[in-house]
Design a protein around this ligand. Structure first.
Ligand SMILES: NC(=O)c1ccc[n+]([C@@H]2O[C@H](COP(=O)([O-])OP(=O)(O)OC[C@H]3O[C@@H](n4cnc5c(N)ncnc54)[C@H](O)[C@@H]3O)[C@@H](O)[C@H]2O)c1
Length: 367
C-alpha cells in the first residue's frame, strides 16, 4: 500500500475539514464519504470519492483501508466496531464514546485486533505548548506535583450554536454537555500530564446559561493517589473566559495562560525551604523564565490524520491511541456521576452504574 484509502463517516463541520486534509496529504487519499444527509456530500461531487448515505452500505461496498469517524457521539463506538469487524483501521473523533461502558468495548476491540491501527482525534497533544508542559512534568523539572488548577471557561457558546443541530446538548442525542463536547481535549491532556485521579467531587449545573438539558458549567475537585489535588472549572456560558493551567510543584510553579508558559522556579525546593528555613514567613528566591516552544501548527487535526496514515503504512507510533480515550472520558463521567449522586466518587467508576444513571437522564428527557 502506497497511500491509505480513507473513508469519512459524517461529513459535517469536522468531517469536511478531515476530508480536506485527507485529500491533500501525501500519505492518504480521500476514497469515500458517507453522511446520512445527501446535501452534506454535495461539496465533494467532483472529488472522485465514492458517496454513501447509508453506513451499512458504506461498510459493505466502500473501497477503503481506513475510516475517520466524525459523526455525533453515540455512533462513534458502533461505527468503530463495525470497521474493526471488517478489518478497517479507525480514527475516531473525540470523545471516543459517551460513556465508559462503550469505551470499554473499544478498548477490548483494540486489544483483540493489534493488527489494526486505532487512533483518536486528540489533536491538542500535537500543540508544542502542551508538549512542553508534558516534558517539564515528565523530566522532573517541576519536581513532585503538589496541585494544579485548570480554569477553562473560554468555551463560550451561543444559543444559536446549541440550536444548530437537533442532537446537540441533549442526553439522547449527545449524551452530555461541556464535559463531553468541549472539554474532552482538556480531560485528555489532564490524564496525559497527571495520570488518573482517585476521587472526584463535583458541582455542576444543567442548562444554567442556555436552553439545553445538559451541563454548561462545572466545578470539580480532584484528588490523586500521590496526594496531589486539583480544581477544574469549565463553562460555555461566560465571556470573556479564561484558559489558565497552573501547576504547583516542589521546584516551583508553571503557569500556562494567554499562549504563554511561565516557570517560576524555586531556587530551593519548597519542602526543603519549609523544613529548614529559619524565617517565619519567608519564601525561597524565584527565577522567572518564559519557556520557549514552537508555534501551533496551522492544522493540528491534519497532524493526527498524517500520523494515523503513517502508523498504517510504516508502523510509526500513534500520537493518540484510541484506547487511551477511555481515560479522559472516565474523568468526565466521574464528574457528572459525582453531581448526580450528590457525593464524591472514587475511580475507577462503576461503568454499569454510570450507564444506569445516563439511561435515566435519557428517559426523563423531553427531547
Ligand atoms: N477534534 C476537534 O477539535 C473537534 C471539533 C469539533 C467537533 N469535533 C467532534 O466531531 C464530531 C462531529 O462534530 P461536528 O461538529 O462535525 O458535527 P456536525 O453535526 O456538523 O456533523 C455530523 C455529521 O454526521 C452525520 N451523521 C450523523 N450520524 C451519522 C451516521 N451514523 N453515519 C454517517 N453520518 C452521520 C450528520 O448528518 C452530520 O452531517 C463530534 O464527535 C464532535 O465532538 C471534534
Amino acid at each position: 500500500m502506497e497511500k491509505v484509502r480513507i473513508g469519512i463517516l459524517g461529513v459535517g463541520v469536522m468531517g469536511s475539514s478531515h476530508a480536506d486534509n485527507a485529500s491533500t496529504l501525501g500519505n492518504c487519499t480521500l476514497a469515500a464519504l458517507c453522511d446520512l444527509k445527501k446535501s452534506a456530500l454535495e461539496r465533494w461531487k467532483d472529488s472522485g470519492a465514492e458517496f454513501y448515505t447509508n453506513p451499512d452500505v458504506f461498510f459493505k461496498k466502500a473501497n477503503v483501508d481506513a475510516v475517520i469517524i466524525a459523526t455525533p457521539h453515540y455512533s462513534h463506538v458502533p461505527l468503530a466496531l463495525e470497521a474493526v469487524k471488517r478489518g478497517i483501521h479507525v480514527l475516531v473523533e473525540k470523545p471516543v464514546a459517551v460513556e465508559k461502558q462503550d469505551a470499554e468495548r473499544l478498548v477490548k476491540a483494540a486489544q483483540e485486533h493489534p493488527e489494526l491501527v486505532m487512533s483518536a482525534m486528540f489533536c491538542c497533544r500535537t500543540i508544542p505548548m502542551f508538549g512542553k508542559v508534558k516534558q517539564l512534568i515528565d523530566s522532573g523539572e517541576l519536581g513532585k506535583i503538589l496541585r494544579f488548577n485548570w480554569i477553562i471557561t473560554d468555551w463560550f457558546r451561543t444559543q444559536a450554536y446549541y440550536d444548530s443541530g437537533t442532537w446537540r446538548a441533549t442526553w439522547r442525542g449527545e449524551g452530555g454537555g461541556v464535559l463531553l463536547n468541549q472539554c474532552p481535549h482538556q480531560l485528555d491532556l489532564m490524564q496525559w500530564f497527571f495520570g488518573m485521579p482517585s476521587r472526584v467531587t463535583t458541582q455542576l449545573t444543567f442548562g444554567k446559561y442556555h436552553r439545553i438539558e445538559v451541563e454548561d458549567e462545572v466545578t470539580a475537585i480532584l484528588e490523586y493517589p500521590d496526594g496531589k489535588t486539583a480544581v477544574f472549572v469549565a463553562s460555555t456560558g461566560e465571556t470573556p473566559g479564561t484558559n489558565r493551567l497552573e501547576i504547583a510543584g516542589e521546584q516551583g510553579k508553571l503557569v500556562l495562560e494567554n499562549g504563554k508558559l511561565t516557570f517560576f522556579r524555586n531556587e530551593i525546593p519548597v519542602s526543603k525551604f519549609r523544613n529548614e528555613s529559619r524565617t517565619t514567613c519567608g519564601v525561597p528566591p524565584v527565577w522567572t523564565a518564559d519557556i520557549p516552544f514552537g508555534p501551533t501548527p496551522p492544522s493540528i487535526h491534519r497532524i493526527i490524520i498524517e500520523n494515523f496514515a503513517d502508523a498504517i503504512l510504516k508502523g510509526v507510533p500513534l500520537i493518540a491511541p484510541a484506547a487511551e480515550g477511555i481515560r479522559g472520558l472516565e474523568i468526565g463521567n466521574a464528574m457528572l456521576l459525582s453531581h448526580l449522586k450528590g457525593q464524591s466518587v472514587t475511580l475507577p467508576i462503576d461503568s454499569a452504574e454510570y450507564n444506569a444513571r445516563l439511561q435515566q437522564l435519557i428517559k426523563n428527557s423531553s427531547k
